[in-house]
Structure formats: C-alpha cells, structure tokens
Ligand binder design. Structure first.
Ligand code: URA
Length: 261
C-alpha cells in the first residue's frame, strides 16, 4: 500500500461490494469473515485499501461510486424496466445513468407526478424504504366526489386496505378546497403501499383525479427541477431525505399537521 492509495471504511465498502446493508456488513466483519492484507480484521470502521479486502477468501471488486439523483417525475411514465409499459421513467435517463443501475426508490404510479429519488446506494434505499423507518411522504391531491366529513380523523386512526389486515399508519390530511364536485387536499403518509393514497380516498367516497408528491422526509421537490428533469442530490438533500420529519414547507410551517418525532 502506498500513501496515495485511497482508503475506504470497511463496512461501507462491503455494503456496496457484496451488496448488503451496513449492519449486515458489520456482522460479517465481527464474525471474522473479512480479511485485510491476509489478516482477519474485526473492526468494521477500519480504514483500509479496497484492493486488500477479501470476503470468505474471495477478492471483492471495488463498487461503483454511490450515486443518487432527484427526478421530477412527469405524468404518463411508468417506474418500470418492462418495455411493454413504455414510456418508462428510465427513458428519461442518459446512458451513463442507466449504466450505473440506478433504481427508483419508492415507485410512483404512471399518473402520479412529483419528487422521485433514483439511486445505486443500497444503504439509502434501505433507509428510505424499510417498513420500520417510516419516512414521511407528502402528496397534493385533487379529488372528485364527496369526501366523507370525518376523513381527517379516519386517516389519523388508520384504515384497512384489503387484503392487508393491518391498518395503515396514522396519516395526516388537510383539506384545502371543497365544492359539490370534489376538492383539493394535502396528505402525509409514512408507508408505500400499492396505490395507497388512491385507495384511501376511494374508501372515503372520493376518487383521486391528480396526485403529486411534494416531499420525501424533510426534502421538498426542488423548484429548479421541471417535470422530466433529473440532477444529482446534494449532501444536504440526502440528509434531509432521511430525516424523520415533520416535513416543513417553504414558509417554514409543517406541510401537514404531523406530531413532532
Ligand atoms: N399513492 C398512490 O396511490 N399512488 C402513488 O403513486 C403514490 C402514493
């Protein structure tokens, strides 16, 4: 090893190279499955040269750099790799981005627009989608029909979306406008069940006619991203995304009236 060899943190390197979560990587190191320069190392935080790391005696290839992009998903594209569902979200990416195997974190329906994150970072994917992490996602909703007057309380208590017998986690709704034909609302949810918002509204007597995601965690859809555009997430944006919330609007007030964590 020369002074110029860039060192990496052992557990981060393993999480990307195997790939696995950071805590699984720590477990592998502590159980003696990892060697550095031919010697077992039991310190997951050790700074080491990637070329010297072996796992169960096998050399690991250096992982590609972590890459996370924000995208303003436009209406009408599917979060899928299946060409039969074209047009696809991935058609908006350039070939370099595709080669990095970026995957959408928490898909949006074809007819939902708004903030989407695409990444090759397994740790971030896990943090944003793990069912126990409960990252807030806030959506602007337009609906048709008469939303039941007790909907705010019903959503806070949780609703059952068959066939899943578990009620949804408390969700927070603010109704903006109402008229005899429908209205607008903002909803904050902490899960990502299939068609969750559309199905929740349907149970309350209204049909979602437009759905737009405005935030993930404490990160708001950046105003510089027009529909269809992508750009790298900044370190500050990455940190905001994994904040437990509540998400705060540009005016400094919470987007939905969620309790403090
Ligand atoms: N809920 C839905 O119903 N659809 C989405 O795309 C996201 C949340």
């Amino acid at each position: 090893m020369t002074d110029a060899t860039p060192l990496v943190r052992l557990d981060s390197f393993l999480a990307q190279a195997i790939p696995c979560t950071r805590s699984e990587a720590k477990g592998f190191v502590r159980r003696g499955r990892v060697q550095v320069g031919g010697k077992v190392t039991k310190d997951p935080g050790a700074k080491v040269a990637p070329a010297e790391i072996t796992f169960d005696g096998e050399k690991l290839w250096a992982p590609p750099p972590r890459w996370t992009r924000l995208i303003h998903k436009p209406l009408g594209v599917a979060c899928s790799h299946d060409p039969r569902e074209a047009p696809l979200l991935y058609d908006l990416l350039n070939s370099q981005e595709l080669a990095a195997h970026l995957e959408a974190v928490g898909r949006l329906d074809r007819e939902t627009s708004g903030l989407l994150v695409i990444t090759n970072d397994g740790d971030l994917l896990q943090r944003l989608t793990h069912p126990r992490r409960h990252v807030w996602k806030v959506y602007e909703v337009s609906f048709a029909g008469r939303l039941h007057p007790a909907t705010e309380a019903t959503f806070r208590a949780g609703v059952v979306l068959p066939p899943d017998p578990e009620p949804t986690l408390p969700a927070f709704l603010t109704v903006g406008t109402r008229n005899p034909q429908g209205g607008t609302a903002r909803i904050g949810i902490r899960e990502g069940r299939y068609h969750q918002v559309r199905r929740m509204f349907e149970l309350q007597g209204a049909t979602v006619t437009a759905l737009h995601r405005v935030s993930i965690g404490a990160l708001l859809l950046p105003s510089d991203l027009v529909p269809g555009e992508t750009r790298d997430a900044t370190p500050n944006e990455l940190a905001l995304m994994i904040e437990p919330g509540p998400p705060v609007g540009p005016d400094g007030h919470p987007l939905v009236p969620v309790p403090a964590p």
